[in-house]
Write a protein of this length. Sequence first.
Length: 276
Amino acid sequence: MKRLLTIQDISCVGQCSTTVALPLVSACGVECAVLPPAILSNHTGGFKSWTFADLTGELAKVEAKWVEHGIRFDAFYTGYVCESHIDPILSIFKTCAERGAIRVVDPAMADNGVLYAGFAADFPSKMARLVDGADYILPNLTEAALLVGEKPKLSGYTKGELESLIAKLHSLGAKNVVLTGVSFSPDELGSAVSDGSTVQYDFNPKLEKMSHGTGDVYASVFAGAVLRGKTALEAAALAADVVCEAIKATDDGHWYGVSFERAIPFLVQRLSGSGF
Ligand code: PXL
């Protein structure tokens, strides 16, 4: 069985980051180890306030213990992290990697044209350090624009503009780019998947509802599916399908997250038959 390490915060309540990655990566049939660089009472998207316990000082200690025990990972998947976490993460990428280990980087820092609360305007240039050398990056359109130093546009990207944005993301050192939130018509939403020479697209019918935490569901399923041998396009398509199932299964009025738990049987069924 493959072993993945996910590095992103624990938002104790809020159905995001580690509390989404752990169950979904596990449901993919992949062992999921966790390293939370911070613990928050709840996420910052829509709640008025939160606690934030920074664990930067723990990261090198945990790394040293893993090195002592000879613990290595087949994959790393990073999500919401802060500036002080980036050097320790880059070190763990080096010291705790199995031969051929892959890096999946979700530069979770922004949406709908704006950075999440608490991130300084220069944070995207710090996050770009994780993008350099990543096997797969999974930015939404806002994150993609900010990573390359452009002003985010909320919609209306032409295919040419998108593909030039993707080329700039490759120039930052990303081997494969999976750009989410792509749309060329009002009734569809999807992803552009690029290996640096070809861009392929996957679309689903656009749903009325949008929910917090869907990026984390998408990235977790994507990472798990790639480790189960799916191509980037197959993993992106499955991730999008799981997000749609989860949104449809979320009760009206449940505002702070998406009920991905109800989409786990669908995910398990879709991956059944894929080899371990
Ligand atoms: O879902 C991304 C995310 C993760 N962690 C925290 C967040 C957010 C988005 O708002 O606030 C703490």
